[in-house]
Ligand binder design. Structure first.
Ligand code: UDX
Ligand code: UDX
Length: 457
């Protein structure tokens, strides 16, 4: 039996540890967080995050071999293996502001581990970090006279929100990096053994520490790059009457390209893509590689351009003014099946329309609370409406910003009747049947598609 601890009970720490506890009943798994309210929520019926399947997994092992606790120090002392999944946001101050990762929580956690440890420990980097962070971690952990044996292992997460439990239960791969020393290899084996409870051995890959750390940034950069690539072509489609979904289908059938992550959209969001690419850009600059830095930075710039293009299209289609017009935004989450609104393109579009003095109504099945918090001051100028039908009443336009399946199945004839005319739909996710909406009477503009506009009568 091992005592496994996770520091950071967020989107990553909570689901990851719940699955490890369920799959490894002989281990004791404790999740701690400095935020006591989060811990209370993990102990309750209302978990702090919404993730399909999460509640079932938590309930199957909570208070058996899975525990949530605010007592960080005590559990550090008891642990054999410590996963660290505290947040590593983009730095907002000083050198590297706007790009580099803010490692202050990371370093504090390393110092806390050192301070409260009496026995040897394996410390696992779960958070996404700049390459070579493990070196700094090792230096901190070995900085006092006791010289306790600590091994630092990198085990990045590849969880995608909305499918986190599925990704954990059936991962494409598990990546584990460690030092090539006898104790480094032992530490690596201990982490391999945890995942080997349920992951086929050939899908658990082991590398050196730096490859593992950097692979996480590179995986996210490549995924985001595909979205920016298809989004850049969507702009060209709108000028040429080519159709972005036909193109994505045609190129995705090339097995060298593959079909996934080719959905043109209003832009990518989420807590990771932008942060991790900017971190990569900063690292390239730091290591004197400005050409490489500019190359990756463009992925983020293209994403900003796509969002700006979308709200400009709303404005220009609606006769260059939306002031005083009710506009229903369908979706606040950065993607479907999550309540997360971090870096959500939906909220950027919302802010831009508020700025234009539109009367914005936001509807979303799970993300309204987070949207209200993230919008800050602007929230006072937005109506939050859980019912999409009510949101659309008297609206001049609907903009689809999150690909929630429920938006596909609405009765758009009834919605059309309730709206101001001419009624517009802007499909930022290409999930609706545009031809049938057009025949109902809507003017339809979708990403990377020829516009369907009724001629003036
Ligand atoms: C975070 C990082 O953002 C991401 O880069 C990394 O890959 C995994 O960890 P996430 O779990 O989504 O992702 O972050 P968040 O939901 O903010 O959770 C982090 C938790 O750590 C918070 O609950 C926070 O209270 C906690 N924390 C932070 C600590 O317990 N101690 C600290 O010192 C700082
Ligand atoms: C991502 C990575 O997929 C995951 O491996 C990593 O651990 C964390 O970051 P996540 O941010 O949860 O996961 O969501 P993801 O499914 O990757 O989507 C990111 C954004 O891209 C969303 O806003 C989504 O709507 C958008 N997207 C995705 C597109 O616009 N088009 C696509 O084809 C795919």
């Amino acid at each position: 039996m091992a005592n496994i601890l996770c520091i950071g009970a967020g989107y990553v720490g909570g689901p990851t540890m719940a699955v490890i506890a369920q799959k490894c009943p002989e281990h004791r798994v404790v999740v701690v967080d400095i935020d006591g309210t989060k811990i209370t929520a993990w102990q309750s019926d209302r978990l702090p995050i919404y993730e399909p399947g999460l509640k079932e997994v938590v309930l199957s092992c909570r208070d058996k071999n899975l525990f949530f606790s605010p007592e960080v120090e005590r559990h550090i002392a008891e642990a054999d293996i410590i996963f660290v999944s505290v947040n590593t946001p983009t730095k907002t101050f000083g050198q590297g502001a706007g790009k580099a990762a803010d490692l202050q929580y990371w370093e504090k956690t390393a110092r806390l581990i050192l301070q409260h440890s009496r026995t040897p420990k394996i410390v696992v980097e779960k958070s996404t970090l700049p390459v070579r962070t493990a070196e700094a971690m090792e230096q901190i952990l070995h900085s006092d006279d006791r010289d306790l044996p600590f091994d630092v292992v990198s085990n990045p997460e590849f969880l995608s929100e909305g499918t986190a439990i599925r990704n954990m239960e059936n991962p494409d791969r598990v990546l584990i990096g460690a030092r090539d020393t006898p104790s480094g290899r032992r530490a690596m084996q201990a982490i391999v053994d945890i995942y080997a409870h349920w992951v086929p051995r050939e899908r658990i890959i082991t590398t050196n520490l730096w490859s593992s750390e950097l692979s996480k940034l590179v995986a996210n950069a490549f995924l985001a790059q595909r979205i920016s690539s298809i989004n850049s072509i969507s702009a060209l489609c709108e000028k040429t009457e080519a159709d972005i979904q036909e193109i994505a289908h045609a190129i995705g059938l090339d097995s060298r390209i593959g079909p996934r992550f080719l959905n043109a959209s209003v832009g990518f969001g989420g807590s990771c893509f932008k942060k991790d690419i900017l971190n990569l850009v900063y690292l390239c600059e730091h290591y004197g590689l400005p050409e490489v830095a500019r190359y990756w930075e463009q992925v983020v710039r293209m994403n900003e351009y796509q969002q700006a293009r979308f709200h400009s299209c709303i404005l220009s289609s609606m006769f260059n003014t939306v002031a005083g017009k009710r506009i229903a935004l369908f979706g606040g989450a950065f993607k479907a099946n999550t309540s997360d609104t971090r870096e959500s393109p939906a909220l950027n579009v919302c802010r831009a329309l508020v700025e234009e003095r539109a009367e914005v109504v936001l509807t979303d099945p799970y993300a309204l609370d987070n949207a209200r918090i993230d919008l800050g001051e602007d929230a006072r100028r937005v109506t939050f409406e859980p019912d999409p039908y009510a949101a659309a009443v008297n609206a001049h336009a609907i903009a689809i910003l999150t690909e929630w399946p429920l938006f596909v199945d609405l009765d758009y004839e009834a919605i059309y009747r309730s709206m101001a005319k001419p009624a517009f739909i802007f499909d930022g996710r290409n999930i609706l049947d545009h031809r049938s909406l057009f025949s109902i009477g809507f003017n339809v503009q979708a990403i990377g598609k020829p516009p369907l506009i009724h001629p003036a009568r």
